[in-house]
Design a protein around this ligand. Structure first.
Ligand code: TXA
Ligand code: MG
Length: 349
C-alpha cells in the first residue's frame, strides 16, 4: 500500500486536506494524525473492519481496546450507555485535552473497538488538526498511538513514517506534539474513579474536581500480583531494543553505579548508552549519552522521553541505563513509562 504523507499546520488548517483525510477514514481507511499527547492511528470507531485494520497495522493484540476520539460533547451521548455526573464534571474542566474516560459503552460501539469489553475509552483531544479530522471523519475516530506495538509512541511524524509507511493510507504531519506522553486514563465504571494510566492530568488535578480518586495498584510496580485494569498496560511497552535498567538514588551514587556497570559492559564489548539529564549527562562514560532535559523542567522531559528512547534504537545501543525521576506531578507518568520500558528493572543505590 502507498502511504500518502501530507503536512497540515495547526495554525493554518487546510480544510480541503482535512476533508480528504476524513473521507479516507469514512471509507474504512486509516490515517495517522497529530494530537497534543502523541500521534494517533485513526480509523472509524463504529466500523469493526476499521478497528481490525488498526490492530493489524500496529501488530497489536486484539484484546487491547482502542480509545474513541470525539470532538463534540453531543457525540459522547451516542457511544456511552449513560453519562455519570462525574464525567460531565471532568469534561467541563479537562476537555478538550489529554484525559481519557472509561464509561459503559452503547451498542453502537463494536466489540472490535473495545477489545470485547462492555466499556469504552473516550477522549476529546484539543489539537485543532485532530478535532477537525474527527469531525470530517464522521465524529468517532478510534485511535491508538501510531507506533508498531511495543515501540515508544511517536511524538513526531518521522517516527510514524518509520513504523507505518506502507501499512496505512495516510499520515498527517502536524509537527512536534506538545505533551509527549499519552493521555491520563480514568475509569468511571468502578466504585471510585480510578486512574489506570498516569499522564499530564495528575491524580491531584482530578481530585480537585472529584473526590476520592484512586489509582490502579499496578501503575508503578509489577509485583502486586494483579493484572492492570487497562488491558494495554500489561504489555511491555515503549521499549527500546536494548536492555534498559533504571537506576534510582542520590545523583552522585547513581553516576558512580552506572559508570561501574558501563565499565563491565564495555569489557564484554557491549555498546552502551545512558539516559541522563542536562546536569549529569557529561559525567557518564557510555558510548552514547543522551539528556532528556533539565530536571527542573518535567514537562520538557515528558516531551523528550520517547524521542530519546527511539534514538537509542538508531544507535543500536545494547545495554542502557537511565536515571530515575521524582514521581510527583507529571513525573509519575514519566516514571510509569520508563519503568514499563525497562520491564520494571530498577536498581536502588
Ligand atoms: O493520548 C492518548 O491517549 C493517545 C492519543 C493518540 O490520543 N492514544 C493512546 O491509545 O495512547 P493507546 O491505544 O496506545 O492506549 C490506550 C490504552 C490502552 O492501555 C488500553 O488498554 C486502554 O487505553 N483502554 C482502552 N479502552 C479501555 C477500556 N474500555 N477499559 C480499560 N482500558 C482501556
Ligand atoms: Mg500505545
Amino acid at each position: 500500500m502507498d502511504t500518502k504523507i501530507i503536512r497540515i499546520d495547526e495554525q493554518h488548517i487546510d480544510m480541503a486536506l482535512i476533508e480528504e483525510a476524513g473521507e479516507v477514514i469514512k471509507a474504512g481507511g486509516l490515517v495517522a494524525f497529530p494530537t497534543e499527547t502523541v500521534y494517533g492511528l485513526g480509523g472509524d470507531a463504529l466500523n469493526p473492519l476499521s478497528s481490525e485494520k488498526i490492530y493489524k497495522a500496529k501488530g497489536r493484540p486484539s484484546d487491547n481496546p482502542l480509545i474513541v476520539h470525539i470532538a463534540d460533547m453531543e457525540c459522547l451521548e451516542k457511544i456511552v450507555r449513560e453519562i455519570p455526573d462525574s464525567a460531565y464534571q471532568l469534561a467541563e474542566k479537562f476537555w478538550p485535552g489529554p484525559l481519557t474516560m472509561i464509561l459503559y459503552k452503547a451498542d453502537i460501539v463494536p466489540c472490535e473497538t473495545t477489545g470485547g469489553l462492555d466499556t469504552v475509552a473516550v477522549r476529546m483531544p484539543v489539537h485543532r488538526v485532530a478535532r477537525e479530522l474527527i469531525r470530517a471523519a464522521g465524529g468517532y475516530v478510534a485511535a491508538p498511538s501510531a507506533n508498531r506495538s511495543g515501540r515508544p509512541s511517536p511524538t513526531v511524524a518521522r517516527y510514524v513514517t518509520e513504523d507505518m509507511d506502507g501499512r496505512i493510507d495516510m499520515i498527517i504531519d502536524g509537527g512536534d506534539v506538545e505533551i509527549g506522553l499519552e493521555s491520563t486514563i480514568v475509569d468511571l465504571t468502578s466504585r471510585q474513579p480510578t486512574v489506570l494510566r498516569p499522564g499530564y492530568i495528575t491524580r491531584k488535578m482530578l481530585n480537585q474536581v472529584l473526590s476520592g480518586v484512586e489509582e490502579d495498584v499496578t501503575l508503578m510496580r509489577d509485583d502486586s500480583g494483579q493484572a492492570p485494569k487497562a488491558p494495554g498496560m500489561k504489555y511491555r511497552h515503549y521499549a527500546p531494543k536494548g536492555e534498559l535498567t533504571v537506576v534510582s538514588g542520590e545523583s552522585g551514587r547513581v553516576i558512580e553505579y552506572i559508570n561501574a556497570r558501563l565499565y563491565e559492559q564495555k569489557q564484554q564489548n557491549k555498546k552502551t548508552g545512558v539516559i541522563g539529564t542536562d546536569g549529569s549527562v557529561g559525567k557518564y562514560h557510555a558510548d552514547v549519552c543522551k539528556s532528556v532535559g533539565n530536571r527542573e523542567d518535567e514537562a520538557g522531559i515528558a516531551r523528550e522521553l520517547y524521542r530519546v528512547l527511539r534514538e537509542f534504537d538508531d544507535e543500536e545501543a545494547e545495554v542502557i541505563y537511565a536515571e530515575a525521576f521524582d514521581t510527583a506531578g507529571i513525573g509519575q507518568a514519566i516514571m510509569n513509562r520508563l519503568l514499563k520500558a525497562a520491564g520494571y528493572k530498577v536498581v536502588y543505590v
